[in-house]
Design a protein around this ligand. Sequence first.
Ligand code: SF4
Ligand code: SF4
Length: 384
Amino acid sequence: MVIGKKNLVHTLESMDFLKMDRRTFLKAVGAVGATAFLGTYKTEIVSALEFAETKLVWLHGAECTGCSESILNGGNPDIVQAITKLNVNLAYHETLLAQQGLFVDGKPANSSELNSEILVDELIEEGNYILIVEGAIANGPDGSGRYCVIGNRPFKELFSKAAKNANAILAVGTCAAYGGINSADSAVSELTDYRGVQFTKEDGSKGMLQELGIRKPVINIPGCPAHPDWILLTLGAVILGKLRIPEDLNSALDRFGRPKVFFPPGHTVHENCPRRGYYDRGEFDTEIGGEKCLWKLGCKAPYTHSDCALRRWNGSVSMCTQAGSPCIACVEPGFPDSARPLYVEAEDKGVFLGANIDTVSKAAVGASVLAAGVHAVRRMKGDD
Ligand code: SF4
Ligand code: SF4
């Protein structure tokens, strides 16, 4: 039986949206046309989303909120599409929630509708959420965590409570994944003792979870900031059951807990850099603002495992080296120490099996000449 649009609207009016599963709900939206449907059923949809299938609790530690900025600039899917299509309930996000810090009669409000500290405690109590952590977690001084206090509570304490009750944890950005710039070597770094969720720099035994004795599945999505696609597509894969936790994590993640699909162990940014032709010909810029290879200006892309040059940024328009900035290896667990000094030509780090970059450059020139020669022979033979 084919139901006309008018009848379908009538049928839908008698349905209880809160009892619809997500698939039926989306089919119904598609059948009627999203605009008409949203106009008619806005209130019901809002209620339905409150009963969404996947709850997210997003916490901020020591960071610049750049990863939240990045996700808000997401292209395909964007944040709204991701939340609605995946039926996600973004239950807590400190910089996006409206109700933080309201005072009644000079005192902080005492309900979860008006006071985010109460809200986050209630959500943690309820459990059954994915915890997203943005930012590093201070362990200092002396294990107290008081170098990062939010409200009157050390972030370490909030993270500990939230991690214990989470189904899984996504560490978003290099700060949450590996400590990032918070953990960089400095005169105070031992005192502040910033940690990533599961790693601190390359050390998988020094994350905050290990410090707290908590075992939870973790996915690291590094980057300074993390690319919105890396965050949203990972989240999508988890929610849709394409990336099962914990079953698939061993095969899907690299040794630093990153999804291999975005951070391929056998691929570097350098391989697909738009300036790669200059590198292969040994033509290097020595001042910012040119168009040649940025290696001599400190580009670390030959050591950097991510798909930046393929995926690109800002709606796939550009990326660091294309825009004229050397890659600073922001997705690597040792960042920034392993990339410092950022704008100085890297010494040989043994990445290319002990060969130094000049040797590799010459070999690459040889390989391109060889490839061009093979191509010419094939053309002469009429193969292509
Ligand atoms: S700019 Fe960096 S990534 Fe691009 S070719 Fe040069 S070294 Fe490689
Ligand atoms: S190109 Fe390098 S510095 Fe730029 S976002 Fe990618 S990994 Fe980070």
